[in-house]
Each structure stands twice: as C-alpha cells, then as structure tokens.
Design a protein around this ligand. Structure first.
Ligand SMILES: [Zn+2]
Length: 52
C-alpha cells in the first residue's frame, strides 16, 4: 500500500474515522474523514450512491 509523503505526518492528525475511530481506508475527500465502512452507512444520507 502506497502512502503519499505529505499524508504521513502532516496537519493536526485527523487520521481516524469520526464515527468508529478506525484509521484504515479513511476517506478524506469531501471532508468526510470517515472510513469506508462507515461511509457506506452514511452514503445514503449524504447523497452518495455509487460508492460501495
Ligand atoms: Zn468508521
């Protein structure tokens, strides 16, 4: 798994899912900051339907 250098230790460290705290498969686009699993759960609420 590749990690972009600028994503390693930059910023204030919001690297965990806001909902479950999982830091893996985090979705940061759209300012979501939630993991993929939680994203699927909230996708319907925020209007995403293609994802998962
Ligand atoms: Zn989550």
């Amino acid at each position: 798994m590749k990690v972009k250098p600028e994503e390693k230790f930059k910023g204030k460290g919001i690297r965990k899912c806001r909902l479950c705290g999982n830091a893996r498969a985090l979705i940061r686009s759209h300012n979501l900051y939630i993991c993929r699993r939680c994203f699927r759960e909230v996708a319907a609420d925020i209007g995403f339907k293609k994802y998962g």
